[in-house]
Ligand binder design. Structure first.
Ligand code: APR
Length: 234
């Protein structure tokens, strides 16, 4: 196996599926039960904020009661034991990467255990339900507290850092994502353009399968630990 020096890992909802969190586009996924336009856009928050907050309150409660699985743990081990650099870019808003020990982490779609004031932009750790009458303790205005997550139509976070890391990486690993949502789905093309070897670890072929040099399909808790072991023993 080739030895690599700089790895970028992209993860999606499939990574947390075996921890008990729903994915988005699988048969009983989140978007089979909810309309994006009602719960995950700035327009929905302006129109009916409590419905949006209730949707994320339920997801926050679920996220607080699950644990990292063997795939999260293997990725944290890769970061800890790999002699070169490892950066993990996640689309997931759950805290399971951190709870597994991953440190060099970018939440490009935000974090469910953080709140953001839409009035003043203040961010703070948040574990309880959000309600429309909450007052921000920075600007002292009510009605602006929202989950610190990126809604459809909003720009993902830390994109410049992500593109810099992709421009320098020699191995790009994509785990548990369907490749439906941009700009995340376009990151493999950026890595390829930088000359990186690209690997997909997913239950089934993603929309972007043709962009990957290699694909290993199966459950994350099986294929991720095996691939990490191969990398660390090479
Ligand atoms: N192991 C590995 N892969 C899995 C598993 C599993 N146990 N279970 C499901 N998968 C795969 C599915 O085959 C699918 O390809 O994970 C992928 C999940 O895809 P999506 O549900 O589309 O989730 P994701 O790609 O993370 O969505 C991207 O879309 O809705 C928005 O902002 C949201 O971050 C999210 C973004």
């Amino acid at each position: 196996m080739t030895t690599y020096e700089r790895i970028v890992i992209l993860t999606g909802a499939g990574l947390s599926a075996e921890s008990g969190l729903d994915t988005f586009r699988d048969q009983n996924g989140i978007w089979a039960k909810h309309n994006i336009e009602d719960v995950a856009t700035p327009e929905a928050f302006a129109r009916d904020p409590q419905t949006v907050l209730d949707f994320y309150n339920a997801r926050r409660r679920s996220a607080r009661h699950v644990r990292p699985n063997a795939a999260h743990v293997a990725l944290a081990r890769l970061e800890a034991d790999f002699p070169g650099s490892v950066i993990t870019v996640t689309q997931n808003i759950d805290p399971l990467h951190e709870w597994a020990g991953t440190k060099n982490l970018i939440h490009m779609h935000g974090e469910i255990l953080k709140a953001l004031c839409a009035h003043c932009g203040a961010r703070k750790p948040w574990e309880e339900d959000l309600t429309v009458d909450l007052v921000c303790d920075t600007c002292h205005r009510a009605g602006g507290m929202r989950p610190d997550v990126v809604w459809f139509g909003e720009m993902p976070y830390r994109m410049e850092e992500i593109y810099d890391a992709l421009g320098a990486c020699d191995l790009f690993i994509s785990v548990g994502t369907s490749g439906n949502v941009y700009p995340a789905a376009g990151l493999v093309a950026e890595a390829r353009a930088a000359g990186a070897y690209t690997v997909e670890l997913n239950l089934e072929p993603s929309e972007g399968i043709s962009m990957f040099a290699e694909a290993i399909h199966g459950k994350a808790t099986v294929v991720v630990p095996a691939y990490v072991a191969k990398l660390l023993n090479s």
